[in-house]
Unconditional design. Structure first.
Length: 317
């Protein structure tokens, strides 16, 4: 069963996507509703599971961390073994995202690690335990992530985005800043007073530090997880292998992808695929149209592409 959003809910959701920590009163002023009406509608969206959760976008690359994607196809894996494997993955402390799909890959995981040795140890543990079931596998560190808002579900206009990337030098924060970031990751909507008590600073200082962390792009945003299924959308990944590639051509390709209203993520990576895109679509015809338009625009740049429909997300953010 799908749910249709009215214009008021769409406006509220768009504001929450811009900053899920802003008050109901602030949202109300922006969308022309009272604080109480906004609060009621948000609670209803949460109750109906349109809003699944809230999360903080941290620029982990500036802190020296790397996202690494790992993909698998399996054979002879029983339902019991599959369930156990999902539980094993979910128990891994470095796991950031976990999903199952149909198409190029059946199973994909994203890990957040400090260095290649840490990632290597995780990868070896997986291979040692499940190698007898693995038909194919691939591993790809992400060097830059473009994270878009969920405007595809609101008004169909071009989405805004933030970029997770760093430089060759790791930027250090003091212990208090790191504790603030950790608290906001664990509880994105935590009140300033409660947060100040956790980190043993005054509310004024905590607010000031959060503003600085945002200004310096350690914190990139506060958003919520939208239940795309309940709104009638499918979650698709497209993996591009490019050729005749130059820096300028890559930038041009990415700029075009950014203009597609259904875009949700763009990942620039190392490994088998040069660019991985994530889209929300309402039909396979819509996905085909998106791919066809990209191919027509860049016939000499795209060597090949693969796709996958993500039908289950076991862990996100």
């Amino acid at each position: 069963m799908t749910i249709k959003l009215d214009i008021k809910d769409k406006k509220i959701l768009q504001q929450l996507d811009k900053n899920s920590r802003q008050s109901f009163a602030k949202i109300g002023k922006k969308v022309g509703l009272s604080k109480n009406v906004v609060q009621y509608r948000v609670k209803e969206l949460e109750r109906k599971n349109v809003i699944q959760s809230y999360y903080t976008i941290i620029n982990v690359a500036k802190l020296g961390f790397t996202y690494t994607r790992v993909y698998f196809n399996f054979h002879s894996l029983t339902k019991e073994n599959y369930k156990q494997m999902v539980d094993d993955f979910k128990a891994m402390p470095n796991l950031n995202w976990l999903g199952a799909g149909e198409g190029e890959w059946e199973f994909a995981a994203v890990f957040l690690t400090k260095n290649i040795n840490e990632m290597s140890e995780i990868y070896r543990q997986i291979i040692d335990k499940y190698s007898k079931y693995i038909v194919d596998k691939d591993i790809s560190p992400a060097i830059r992530l473009h994270i878009f808002d969920q405007n595809y579900a609101y008004f169909g206009k071009e989405s805004s985005f933030v970029v997770v990337s760093g430089n060759s030098e790791i930027e250090k924060l003091d212990e208090k800043d790191l504790k603030i970031i950790e608290a906001l990751q664990q509880s994105p909507k935590i009140k300033i007073l409660e947060l100040s008590q956790k980190v043993h600073l005054t509310p004024k200082i905590v607010s000031s530090r959060i503003k600085r962390l945002i200004l310096e792009k350690f914190i990139l945003g506060f958003r919520y997880q939208l239940n795309h299924k309940i709104l009638g959308y499918d979650y698709c990944h497209i993996y591009f292998v490019l050729q005749n590639l130059t820096k300028q051509k890559r930038l041009h390709f990415i700029e075009y992808l950014k203009s597609i209203k259904n875009i949700f993520y763009i990942t620039e990576g190392l490994g088998k695929y040069d660019i991985e895109c994530e889209f929300m679509v309402q039909s396979q015809n819509e996905l085909h149209s998106i791919i066809s338009n990209i191919e027509d625009k860049f016939p000499d740049l795209i060597r090949t592409y693969k796709s996958a429909l993500i039908y289950e997300v076991y862990k996100a953010f």
